[in-house]
Design a protein around this ligand. Sequence first.
Ligand SMILES: [Zn+2]
Length: 323
Amino acid sequence: MSLSAWQQPLFARTVAAFRSHRLGHAQLLQGEAHLGKLALAQALAKRLLCQQAGDAEAACGVCTACQRFEQGSHGDFRQIGIELNEKTGKLKTVIGVDQIRDMLEWLALTAQLAGPRVVIIETAHRLNPHAANALLKTLEEPMPGRYLFLVTDQPKALPATVRSRCQRIEMACPDTATALAWLKQNRVPEADAKALLDMAGGNPGLALSWAGSGGSALYQEVRADLAACVKNQTGPAAIARKWLADESTDLRLLFAAQIGYGLARTWAAQAAGGAKRPQAVERLKEWIDGINRLRLSLSQPLRHDLGLAGRMLEWRQLLQDFR
Ligand SMILES: [Zn+2]
């Protein structure tokens, strides 16, 4: 697996710190979801464990350590996170203190391959208070040759005492050109990539997950529904029923709001051209707020059809008044 253009510099920097013995006991790898933080942590773990990398940046890929890592059987590597509750068959909601105690006991044992031992803690913000406390002890008294990667998209949910004892690896969204190039590599049609990336706030991983789950088609459908509403081809109530009928309601509303933002930007740019434009932009912003409020209320057991049909009616009126 190759690293993306935004993972690679973080990989290089961390490996350089490791080679010059500056890599701390614990790394907090943080950044938005979907950017590939876990994959980066795994690539780093493999490199740290590699027996033949020497001064090279990359893991060799052929030594015993690399082979075992690839097979998921390296005795000096562990990845922990949210576990399945065997009684209920559902995922637990927190990482418990027993998991951390087990891991720390294991971490203190002699390494099987005489190299380092590496642990990845996935969704580290889910450590419960007891687990975080148990972890804190090892962060305060680091063991040589032992490396922890705490991976999280919600670093603020971790106790400040834990955060302050970690070195930080911060993964940010790449620039637009890099993100678009990456989406193209991942076979997202160019016609959709820009719109999906905008809606994902510049997060290419999130855009890709939407593209993969039919997001492009859904986006086009939302556009078409909004246009049909303005032309009186589809009624507001029919669109509301359709949008609320399956699990994609939230994403449809998000797309609708983003289409609204796009139009507001276009109208604002044209504001100088017509006296009615500023008023139109104001009304459009109110409409977007209404859509966003509706999105937030989706989790509540209310009837949403009347509210959404009302928004669709406003949309039709707005576009007929100002187009
Ligand atoms: Zn190797």
